[in-house]
Ligand binder design. Sequence first.
Ligand code: SF4
Ligand code: SF4
Length: 162
Amino acid sequence: MNPEEFLRWKGDRLRRQAQLRQRMPSLKKRKGPALDQEASALHAAVFSRLDCLACAQCCKTIPPMVNKTDAARIARHLRMSEGAFYAQYLRRDEDGDTVMNASPCPFLEQDHRCSIYEHRPKACRAYPHTDRDFSKNLDLHVRNVAYCPAVFQIMERLAGLG
Ligand code: SF4
Ligand code: SF4
């Protein structure tokens, strides 16, 4: 993704999201292995030319979920007790999930690298969830159009808008 494409995403994302919401009924009718396969191929194509280090919008705007295993692993890496790690970095969100307590993420560095990359939460590894079981998360993908330029491109191509 070049800077022009990034700017197009910034300027068009909410309009595109509204268009995609209107097309959800027809996208939902296509749910299944064929749609998953198409999305997976688009995911590979989009990410082959997109540098997440030039973006980092997810790390800047979406506090990731941190499960117990993540918390234990990261606390060990930081040589902190789990209690101290929880107190310093985590909070409960409105859905009752445990998430990072700040946006941008406290582990995001100036150059967009993750300072705990090898130990990052499972949710960070899986984001933006477009490479498998795509059909199961259609509502999430439409929401993520506003947060992730890759999801924006994948969704608009799937819906015949791009
Ligand atoms: S833990 Fe790392 S990958 Fe996850 S949001 Fe924070 S900076 Fe990004
Ligand atoms: S928002 Fe999407 S494109 Fe940007 S860094 Fe995150 S996963 Fe990569």
